[in-house]
Design a protein around this ligand. Structure first.
Ligand code: NAP
Length: 337
């Protein structure tokens, strides 16, 4: 049964994740009833922050696993919108085909099938990544990429850049979702976020926040990830977490939204971030390490499609994006108090 009495219902998969938790919170604050999925609802440590969000509005926490066919049926039943945020993120796997690519495609289609069967879902919003857009050979400077651009899987297979399995998984999952939506007459919008920075309700974060703070935290692996982004993207495109969640809700609600949307506020570089952090937080020592770095981005990712359809990014500078992130980093234990 679809939502009644004007209350819209949204499903958010992977509710205990970094982006999904923030999205769940935003949807509740906007008056949605939310059904979210986690792999293990009995894991109190992983889900405590979700239980706290239940104070904001109607939030059901259900069990579902991307690897378990049909397990999302209850979660999407009766929903107006489905936000597919859960995804394997195994960036360092030795067998990316097994741990990243195959489960990502299969899991995406698993949830899409449940959405089709539910019969109430007006729009599916899939969270992919800009890695599906820009990992391709681009010589020189001044490139501007939009949603027409796909990462070049032949080149990726030959060169195996860092986290290449993640790139392949995002391209193939998007293409499978687009095909499925077309075949089943489903309305699908795909968000392709860049490095997402901001404070989320989750008490543990593994990827973007450690990377964004790595220049002052001394976390070498996270700094290598940040530099890896610059190398393979030709710059460091950034989006604020709150703006990304606003964009995802916009993509659900906007009648005309369809297809892929790059979600990027601006493009910067490791050197610019280091300079910004050194000026803004003189109490930390900034360690940029060694290696070749860009003076300015060679490649820019355009969110013109999203903006033309009426979306406005609120955070357009490093200063705005990093608001609250250093405090969050302290709470996460990434930075000392
Ligand atoms: N953070 C960024 O900067 C960024 C940028 C671009 C795109 N993205 C994309 O955004 C999405 C969310 O990323 P995130 O940063 O929020 O990552 P995250 O915190 O690691 O969240 C991933 C979520 O997926 C769930 N998950 C993994 N495998 C699953 C499975 N087999 N079945 C059900 N759930 C499963 C995880 O649940 P468990 O806790 O049970 O493992 C977790 O809740 C991903 O698709 C990611 O690629 C993120």
């Amino acid at each position: 049964m679809a939502a009644t009495g004007g209350v819209r219902t949204a499903c958010v998969t992977g509710g205990n994740g970094y982006i999904a938790s923030a999205l769940v919170k935003m949807l509740l604050q906007r008056g949605y009833a939310v059904k979210t999925t986690v792999r293990n609802p009995d894991d109190r440590e992983k889900n405590a922050h979700l239980m706290e969000l239940q104070a904001l509005g109607p939030l059901e926490i259900l069990r579902a696993d991307l690897d378990d066919e049909g397990s999302f049926e209850d979660a999407v039943a009766g929903c107006d919108y489905a936000f597919l945020v859960a995804a394997p993120v195994n960036l360092t796997s030795e067998d990316p085909e097994r741990d990243q690519i195959e489960p990502s495609v299969r899991g995406t289609l698993n949830v899409m099938r449940s959405c089709a069967r539910a019969g109430t879902v007006r729009r599916v919003v899939l969270t992919s990544a800009a890695s599906s857009v820009c990992i391709r050979p681009l010589e020189g400077d001044g490139h501007v990429l939009d949603e027409e651009s796909w990462s070049d899987l032949e080149w990726v297979a030959a060169e195996k850049p860092p986290s290449w399995g993640y790139v392949v998984s995002k391209v193939l999952s998007e293409k499978a979702a687009l095909r499925f939506a077309q075949e089943h007459g489903m309305s699908l919008a795909i968000a392709c976020p860049v490095l997402t920075v901001g404070a989320s309700p989750v008490p543990k974060v593994y990827t973007s926040v450690p990377a964004s703070l790595s220049l002052i935290s001394g976390d070498e692996a996270a700094l290598a990830m940040l530099k890896g982004i610059e190398k393979s993207f030709g710059g460091v495109p950034v989006v604020d977490l709150d703006d990304l969640c606003r964009a995802e809700v916009f993509l659900a609600e906007a009648e005309a939204a369809s297809g892929r949307y790059i979600c990027s506020s601006f493009d910067t570089t490791v050197v610019e971030i280091a300079q910004f952090l050194a000026d803004k937080y003189p109490q930390y020592s900034v360690n940029i390490g060694s290696g070749e770095l860009l003076e300015k981005p060679r490649v820019r990712l355009s969110s013109a499609k999203l903006v033309k359809q009426g979306f406005e990014f609120r955070c357009k500078t490093l200063d705005e994006v990093y608001q609250g992130v250093v405090e969050y980093g302290k709470a996460l234990g990434i930075l000392p108090y």
